[in-house]
Design a protein. Structure first.
Lengths: 113, 927
């Protein structure tokens, strides 16, 4: 099971990296989403893999999953969401205002030099 | 308690004066500003008897005990002397400022800054805890920066302010280092502890760097050669600033530090050569430089440096008698120098210039000002019967009985006499050039200044004379008390008197005065040799520019503006981390068995992720595929015992998908371009696979490493106390509530960022006509299909109910404020989609920004509420209650906090999405 989760994280990261290097606004958004999920899964997995239980007191199963990484990831999901929203707004504005979706071009045109 | 009040009052004044200034006009503003130091002064004087009897008043509150930082204040003779100077001269300077600043200058802001500085200075001299002293030291550096750069539109003022901040700020860092070492050596940061630990300090292995750091700090603040250059530059500040900071207050902070630590450090072997040596060099060097100046303020600045050098030198001699003289001279110098600065400013006001080449004969034109100025100048020169004369005679006496022997002692005496001679020289030359000698017509017709501009200086000049005539009666108690605080052993024999008899110091003093007359007469020739001097400020400028350029070059190398380059650096780090982690995988903990369900899910996830990458150019398909990835992640959380995460993630998924769809509609079509070359794609692919493999290995290693569950016993204990059962929710709202607070803060900032971005964009759009074709043509013929509209209306109350349900059950079951907030956001969002922006906006009664603000406020106030109850920040209280329908439910502050989270999440999500959606409605439709 651990190997499955780890390989899934790896594959998501690989996809995200490829899309990031592509250097276009839309691909950048996709990459960010993939990366965020991979990172969250990664942090989540730090607590170890527990099947068929709940982090809720009084559940019949003896072994609780670690609630701390879960709480971290819950926070991370929400922050990721905020950041994603901001980046998408930024990308949309930049693309519309500059008339291109090449990320490198954003920098060239705004640079006063 | 009264000590704290003395310290706090100026800060309060600093806060309120600018406000009063706006409402009550100039006079009201000045009255308000003077109220605080006047009250502090009265409070201080009430302690005079106690201090005189040798009592040391210490009050202390624990602040950050982990760092050894206490809010601890101390009032002894030394603190009293300095606090008195800071408050009394500060009061006079505030009155003077009223006369000095023009009608158009922001008087309230100026006086507020001066009061802020005064508070910082009081903090330095009243601090019992040395770390607290460092803190106030920094406050004076900062407020001095603001005051020197008061006319911030002038480049020269900004440069001088930056220079002063850089030098004194560097000194502040040195002080922190020195104090940390000193505290380590003495075993504590309290002044009382440090002063009682001479023995341990003297044998501490780090005593040399400690002493050098502290001395460096003192030298930057008190402008000792070669770190003096910021002070003459700082003369660009308004004259009240110079009269206060650069005569009586800030520049004395270094002297205060040396005097404060004198009992503990003066026994160190480096003390006398370093402090005595630099002090002596500064005294003579700056006196010579003062001779070369034609600008009144520059002359006074160099004179200040020279006198500071004298005080430092006296402290550096290390004998108790010399320390007595230093303390006495601190008082004297503050009096005559503040008076001179004020009178210099008055002269500039009256004549329109402060250039000595263009001044002269003021004795006839401004007799009262001139009389006061001549009195203060005579005190500066050391002419009897003024206060400066007495401390100068005592200085010569101190130099006659130094702690060293032989040639060094003789040389010291000669140099000290030379310093006294030069001091008299520039003072006489100043008096002659400005007031006595005939001069050219000044830019303005001179006149006597108005009362606020002159009276403070008259008071100070009169004090110079009074102390000169009756030193024992007037200054005696003050100096005695200060000596008692500095000299720990038996106090040396000294007598503050005008006439000590026909003895060597008297004769040396007379000689110095006579020499001074000679120096003054040949000043012009002396001043021109050598024609050019190396200037320390140029070295500073070069160093500063060099640093800026150097750092810029370094960062230019690291950040060469290629996004791909940064990524590559990060990726290599990930790969390396994976490689480093791989050996640890073998010694794993028990591995969970693979389930068929998991394998199927894994396969779909991999396929969807690969598909997203493969078909990213078909944007709509990519949205669908990446949503599949998201859903699989949701299922993973659900499968791996994390129901809360699954709930939150699925809510985020839905909102994100809506967001992506919006983005697709708005983004311009991909710029026509050749596909990246094969080599580039292969490189990217290799990097991606490397990073993926690194991350995967790292994750596997981390998951299988032997570990104990981090489920802290603390969490379980909290859980029983708060009757909560959902541990994740509990961690969020209680155990790590501070994180959650930060998180909703981030969400708030992100949403406001989106708001600002889009509003700015819409404004920009408004200016762009004719508009380019920005948005892809409409595809749907029916914008608001009837079926969707009806369904959406039915959905809203249901969704709100679900949100309420999720919110309330958070304590015991999966759910909570996050999810509830997202559900509400979705429900509202659907209304936007079904009905359009305008229809919905008309029916939304609460502004999203308000919702966000109220949410964060509720969360913060809940946290603060626990402080009011006396618990640490964010401690929750709860009582179990039986509610109808829901059953057993917590009524606790947890719920209140979570409600804040709920409001913030809902508001921020809607604020961001609705704003992005707005682009489209304002953007033109083509086709």
């Amino acid at each position: 099971m651990e190997a499955l989760v780890a390989s899934a994280i790896g594959i998501l990261i690989a996809g995200a990296v490829y899309l990031l290097l592509y250097g276009r606004a839309y691909e950048f958004m996709l990459a960010l989403l993939l990366l965020a999920r991979a990172a969250n899964l990664f942090v989540f997995s730090m607590g170890g893999i527990v099947l068929g239980s709940l982090p809720i007191l009084g559940e019949p199963e003896g072994r609780y999953p670690d609630p701390l990484p879960q709480a971290f990831v819950l926070t991370a999901i929400v922050i990721n969401f905020g950041i994603t929203t901001f980046v998408i707004a930024l990308a949309v504005r930049a693309c519309l205002q500059l008339g291109t979706d090449r990320i490198e071009a954003f920098d060239d045109r705004s640079d006063p030099r | 308690m009264q000590l704290l009040l003395i310290l706090v009052l100026p800060f309060l004044g600093a806060l309120f004066t600018p406000l009063v200034g706006r409402a009550a006009g100039r006079v009201g503003c000045t009255l308000a500003a003077t109220a605080a130091p006047a009250a502090s002064l009265i409070l201080l004087l009430r302690h005079a008897a106690q201090v005189r009897s040798g009592e040391v008043i210490v009050v202390s509150w624990s602040w950050v005990p982990g760092f050894g930082l206490d809010l601890a204040l101390r009032l002894d003779g030394l603190s009293f002397l300095f606090a008195l100077l800071v408050l009394a001269i500060g009061l006079l300077v505030l009155i003077y400022s009223h006369g000095y600043l023009g009608e158009r200058d922001p008087l309230g802001r100026f006086l507020g800054l001066m009061l802020g500085f005064m508070g910082g200075m009081l903090g330095i001299v009243l601090a019992e805890n040395l770390l607290l002293l460092v803190l106030f030291w920094e406050i004076t550096s900062l407020s001095s920066f603001l005051l020197i750069g008061f006319h911030h539109r002038e480049a020269a003022a900004r440069r001088a302010a930056l220079m002063a901040l850089t030098v004194t700020g560097a000194g502040g860092l040195a002080l922190l280092g020195g104090v940390l070492l000193l505290g380590g050596a003495a075993g504590g940061f309290a002044v009382t502890e440090v002063l009682g630990a001479q023995g341990r300090i003297a044998t501490d292995p780090l005593r040399v760097p400690m002493l050098l750091l502290i001395v460096l700090a003192a030298f930057t603040k008190s402008a000792q050669l070669p770190l003096h250059f910021w002070l003459p530059n700082a003369m660009i500040a308004p004259t009240p600033v110079s009269a206060y900071l650069h005569s009586a207050a800030m520049v004395k902070a270094g002297v205060y530090l040396l005097a404060r630590l004198w009992p503990a450090l003066s026994g160190l072997e480096l003390w006398m050569p370093v402090i005595g040596g630099f002090g002596l060099a500064t005294m003579i060097g700056a006196a010579y430089l003062a001779l070369r100046q034609s600008d009144i303020k520059a002359l006074l600045a160099y004179s200040t440096i020279s006198h500071l050098g004298m005080m430092v030198m006296l402290l550096g001699l290390g004998t108790p008698y010399a320390a007595v003289v230093a303390l006495f001279h601190i008082l004297n110098h503050a009096l005559f120098k503040a008076a001179l600065f004020m009178l210099g400013g008055a002269v500039e006001h009256a004549t329109g210039t402060r250039d000595l080449e263009r001044l002269g004969g003021l004795w006839r034109l401004m007799p009262a000002t001139s009389a006061a100025a001549l009195l203060a100048t005579a005190a500066m020169a050391g002419v009897p019967p003024l206060n400066g004369y007495i401390s100068k005679e005592m200085m010569l006496q101190a130099a006659l009985e130094p702690s060293m022997h032989g040639a060094a002692a003789t040389l010291t005496l000669q140099l000290v006499t030379l310093g006294a001679l030069l001091s008299a020289g520039y003072a006489f030359a100043f008096a002659w050039r400005a007031f006595l000698a005939p001069g050219p017509a000044t830019p303005h017709e001179p006149h006597e200044p108005r009362l606020p501009l002159s009276l403070p200086a008259y008071v100070l000049a009169a004090a110079c004379l009074a102390i000169g005539l009756f030193p024992g009666a007037l200054a005696g108690p003050l100096v005695d008390a200060a000596v008692g605080a500095v000299v720990t052993g038996a106090p040396p024999h000294y007598e503050l008197a005008l006439w000590h008899g026909l003895n060597p110091p008297f004769l040396l003093g007379l000689g110095a005065l006579a020499g001074g007359v000679v120096v003054a007469t040949v000043r012009a020739r002396l001043a021109s040799v050598p024609a050019r001097l190396p200037r320390a400020e140029h070295a500073f400028d070069r160093l500063y520019d060099g640093l800026v350029v150097g750092v810029g070059a370094l960062f230019g190398r690291l950040h060469d503006r290629s996004l791909q380059r940064y990524l590559a650096i990060l990726l290599v780090a990930i790969v390396l981390a994976g490689v480093l982690a791989s050996p640890g995988t073998a010694a794993g903990s028990a591995v969970q068995p693979v389930t068929w369900l998991a394998v199927v899910g894994w396969a779909i996830l991999v396929a969807a992720a690969a598909g997203t990458v493969w078909m990213h150019e078909r944007r709509l398909v990519a949205v669908v595929l990446i949503s599949v990835v998201g859903l699989l992640v949701v299922l993973t959380y659900a499968h791996l015992s994390a129901p809360d995460l699954a709930l939150t993630q699925i809510a985020v998924e839905i909102v994100t998908t809506v967001l992506l769809l919006l983005a697709i509609r708005l983004l311009p079509p991909p710029e026509a371009r050749p596909r990246p070359r094969l080599a580039r794609r292969l490189r990217d692919g290799a990097l991606a696979l490397g990073a993926g493999a690194g991350a995967g290995v790292l994750a596997f290693a981390a998951m299988t490493r032997p570990r104990e569950a981090i489920v802290a016993r603390d969490v379980l204990a909290e859980a029983t106390e708060l009757h909560g059962r959902n541990l994740v929710h509990l961690v969020l709202v209680d155990f790590r509530a501070f994180d959650t607070l930060g998180e909703i803060g981030v969400l708030m900032i992100a949403a406001l960022g989106v708001f600002a971005l889009i509003q700015g964009f819409l404004r920009w759009l408004g200016d762009q006509r004719p508009l380019r074709r920005m948005v892809q043509p409409e595809r749907a013929r029916d914008q608001h299909p009837l079926l969707f509209v009806i369904a959406a209306r039915l959905l809203l109350p249901l969704a709100l109910l679900v949100a309420a349900f999720l919110f309330l059950r958070g304590a015991a079951h999966p759910g909570g404020g996050f999810v509830a907030g997202l559900v509400v956001a979705m429900a509202v969002l659907i209304q936007y989609m079904a009905h359009g922006v305008e229809w919905t906006e008309r029916r939304i009664l609460i502004g999203y920004r308000n919702s966000v603000a109220v949410g964060v406020l509720v969360a913060v106030l809940t946290g603060i509420g626990s402080i009011v109850r006396g618990d640490p920040f964010m401690t929750h209280k709860s009582t179990a209650m039986h509610w109808p329908v829901f059953g057993e439910l917590e009524l606790s502050t947890v719920l209140l906090f979570d409600f804040g989270v709920f409001l913030t999440v809902a508001g921020a999500t809607l604020l961001a999405l609705v704003n992005i959606g707005r682009i489209e409605t304002r953007a033109p439709r083509v086709g």
